[in-house]
Design a protein around this ligand. Structure first.
Ligand SMILES: Nc1ncnc2c1ncn2[C@@H]1O[C@H](COP(=O)(O)OP(=O)(O)OP(=O)(O)O)[C@@H](O)[C@H]1O
Length: 284
């Protein structure tokens, strides 16, 4: 049995080559290394999964890289060891994984695993959190900007807040009802927090078979600051939480949209459905 190590060379700000020797020192298993190129990565990872008998896949990158691997796996369930080396590492924060290199390598090569849900959103896989509106606008600007990492992300915040196209009109259908709401952003959350660490869904669990729709009604700096705390109790005037297994969302005009920190093109209609226990990941 081999280990597949998938490295995203551009994620975050870090050089990941020193990882390889650290991992080799900690395991006697043979390691197959794949460096992503940004082109046909899913197909190439899929081939490596088919050609090799794998005990686990280690992923060095951010949420987007974990997603490439999850998509390449289809119905197989090879456990994933997360080496959180993206700019935000939302999934790793949600799983309380350590962010220090030796510590996260130890967890990724360990035995303790957890099965986590994912969400199918317009036939794309969401592992962590997706949204329509303000945060997606921010990610779009960041991806077009020249600065990477958290610094680049922070730099984009101020112009985006001033130029936002919101508020937006959302028609939200869940199993039992249809509601109309106005808001600056609507998140579809499998996790408790955004990649930046903002806790917006404190009672949400990543393995409970449901996801939460989070409707942010207005920009309120006091409430935003509260999200820095793990047990943040947010005001219902700021945030409405709708737990569900399935939903559709219709908007009046095109709204920017992102999944797991990756900008997708603006749209007016989204369908989301929980995929219970979709992935197996190593935890501490
Ligand atoms: N060699 C590469 N060159 C350009 N893009 C790449 C390369 N490898 C992977 N990618 C792209 O990187 C994205 C995934 O990045 P990921 O979310 O893991 O990191 P990140 O945290 O967003 O890091 P950063 O913000 O620095 O990009 C995917 O869109 C993938 O197609």
């Amino acid at each position: 049995m081999k280990i597949l190590l998938v490295i995203n060379p551009i994620s975050g700000d870090s050089n990941k080559e020193s990882l390889i020797s650290s991992i080799k020192q900690r395991t006697s298993s043979k390691i197959e290394i794949f460096r992503t190129t940004g082109k046909d990565d899913i197909k190439k990872i899929k081939n490596l999964i088919t050609e090799n008998e794998l005990e686990r896949i280690l992923v060095a990158g951010g949420d987007g890289t974990i997603k490439l691997v999850a998509e390449a796996m289809e119905d197989e369930s090879i456990p994933i060891g997360i080496l959180p080396l993206g700019s935000a590492n939302g999934l790793a924060s949600d799983l309380n994984l350590p962010l220090e290199q030796e510590a996260f390598i130890k967890v990724a090569l360990g035995d303790k695993k957890k099965q986590i849900d994912a969400i199918n959103i317009n036939d794309q896989l969401c592992l962590h959190i997706s949204d329509l509106g303000l945060n997606a606008e921010l990610i779009k600007e960041y991806e077009q900007g020249t600065f990477r990492g958290k610094f680049g992300y922070a730099l984009q915040t101020i112009p985006t807040l001033f130029n936002t196209e919101g508020p937006y009109d959302f028609t939200i259908k869940t199993n039992d009802k249809t509601i109309n709401r106005k808001g600056i952003m609507l998140a579809i959350a499998n996790s408790k927090q955004f990649g930046t660490g903002a806790v917006v869904n404190a009672t949400g669990e990543i393995d409970d078979g449901i996801f939460e729709l989070l409707l942010f009604k207005k920009l309120d700096i006091f409430e935003v600051l509260k999200t820095l705390k793990k047990d943040a109790q947010l005001s219902p005037e700021f945030l409405e939480v709708i737990p569900t297994k399935k939903a559709s969302i219709q908007t009046l005009k095109n709204v920017d949209f992102q999944i797991d920190g990756e900008y997708c093109k603006a749209l007016k209609y989204v369908e989301a459905e929980i995929l219970p226990k979709k992935l197996s990941v190593f935890i501490s």
